[in-house]
Design a protein around this ligand. Structure first.
Ligand code: GUN
Ligand code: ZN
Length: 440
């Protein structure tokens, strides 16, 4: 595998089957006007931004990459993933709270070492690119250096990254706790140095309610109130034992979500992972706040957490994006996560179209994050974060594609049978950032 450092061509054109969304597809709609499919078209990129698309080949003033017969999508956006948890992906036999103590916290303690943090951040972002994910909302660890390392590594790669030092000042082992005053100083310094620089943004990052004292949650809320351009990320209502623990720790809160709501942590730039065990009032509060839930199906299945009800979220009117939650999740591949998402919905008798899934991993995530002017589609003026995929590899997927009759069938089969091994090329801001060594 190679991460190319090729220079940025001024005018670049990519040919292939272009697929993106112009709006949100209606739930369950196979024929959706929100789907923009342009087979055999050229995607035009000027100075790293999308400049348009056309059927006819552009002239020789354009550097042309002909990917005819391949699928071209906007880079995926993973709205909830943990950098240090590549080391614990696929850990056996535990539900959330046991899994955190047994596997995750010990792995995260190592990130106090700047060398571990730097190596881990670079390896993690390269792994995202190798899975076709060009933008992400990421948890590092409690250590300031782990957030610095991620910001620095994303800037080098030109990636859109939202992250922030994890806040956790209780119920965690030695070496993995901060305190309110130091954490506040670290957040203020990181915000000053990285928020709004290049394609970086700061997220006030509360691990989850049990690992922050009320004083720390109040500090986090004050940071959000002081600057509405900050993001916020946390976990909520993932697992039943976790929900019961939060009720014990915060007896005056109406619900788990209310612990965050009453501190001012819910706002349009808030990303809450999971949200499986929310009640109707929580759903109303979420919708009114403009916050989104990151649906993490592979994690929810792997940790036995529960089945997120996406149609109920639609009815309540809050936004849902797609996420891997590695290392609770078992793959960085958004195709694999979307396939798990389909299965989760199917268990409840719902049908998630390929359009709903792919939209939630591209334009839908971008809109929920307030970043649709930059990422998530082929709209003119957005940055050219673009991935080229094989429609199929191997005899089973190839045979399936050959008999697919209409577009949704073809794309749904791709979503179901594909993974990162089908990635041909990954462009970030119009520059090749990943190309597998597979002889293309
Ligand atoms: N809740 C608190 N921390 C974590 C974490 O690291 N992963 C998941 N899946 N849930 C959490
Ligand atoms: Zn998580």
């Amino acid at each position: 595998m190679t991460a190319s450092t090729s220079s940025l061509p001024c005018r670049l054109a990519l040919k292939g089957d272009l697929l993106d969304f112009t709006a949100s597809p209606a739930w369950g709609a196979i024929d959706s006007p929100a789907v923009r499919f342009q087979p055999g078209h050229w995607l035009l990129i000027e100075a790293g931004r999308i400049a348009g698309s056309q059927l006819e080949a552009p002239d020789e003033t354009w550097e042309r990459h002909d990917h005819s017969g391949r699928l071209i999508l906007p880079g995926f956006i993973d709205t909830h993933v943990h950098c240090p948890q590549l080391d614990v992906i696929g850990s056996y036999g535990a539900e959330l709270l046991d899994w955190l103590n047994r596997y995750t916290f010990p792995a995260e303690i190592r990130y106090s070492d700047p060398a571990v943090a730097k190596f881990g951040a670079e390896r993690f972002l390269d792994a995202l690119l190798a899975h076709g994910t060009t933008a992400a909302v990421v948890f590092p660890t409690v250590h300031k250096v782990s957030a610095e390392a991620l910001f620095e590594a994303a800037a080098v790669r030109g990636m859109r990254l939202v992250t922030g030092k994890v806040l956790m000042d209780r119920h965690a082992p030695d070496g993995l706790r901060d305190d309110v005053e130091q954490a506040e100083r670290d957040c203020i310094d990181l915000i000053a140095r990285f928020h709004g620089r290049d394609r970086l943004a700061y997220a006030v990052t509360v691990r989850f309610a049990p690992t922050s004292t009320p004083a720390q949650l109040a500090m986090a809320g004050a940071l959000c109130r002081a600057d509405a351009s900050l993001f916020m990320q946390t976990h909520v209502a993932e697992n039943r034992a976790e929900v019961a623990w939060v009720a014990e720790l915060f007896p005056t809160a109406r619900s788990y979500l209310d612990v965050y709501a009453r501190e001012g942590l819910l706002h349009p730039r808030a990303v809450l992972a999971h949200g499986i065990w929310l009640d109707d009032e929580d759903k109303r509060v979420l919708a009114a706040s403009g916050a989104q839930v990151a649906f993490c199906p592979s994690s929810n299945l792997f940790l036995g957490s529960g089945l997120f009800d996406w149609p109920a979220a639609q009815r309540a009117g809050f936004q849902v994006s797609a996420a891997s939650d590695v290392g609770g999740g078992t793959s960085l591949s958004m195709q694999r996560n979307l396939l798990d998402g389909y299965k989760v919905q199917a268990m409840a008798g719902h049908r998630m179209t390929a359009w709903a899934g792919l939209h939630a991993a591209t334009r839908g995530a971008a809109e929920a994050l307030g970043l649709a002017h930059e990422i998530g589609s082929f709209d003119v003026g957005t940055l050219a974060d673009v991935c080229v995929w094989d429609w199929a590899s191997g005899p089973v997927a190839q045979a399936r594609q050959q008999v697919a009759r209409e577009l949704h069938e073809k794309v749904f089969a791709w979503m179901t049978l594909s993974d990162e091994r089908d990635l041909v090329s990954c462009y970030v801001g119009g520059k090749v950032r990943f190309q597998p060594d597979k002889g293309h």
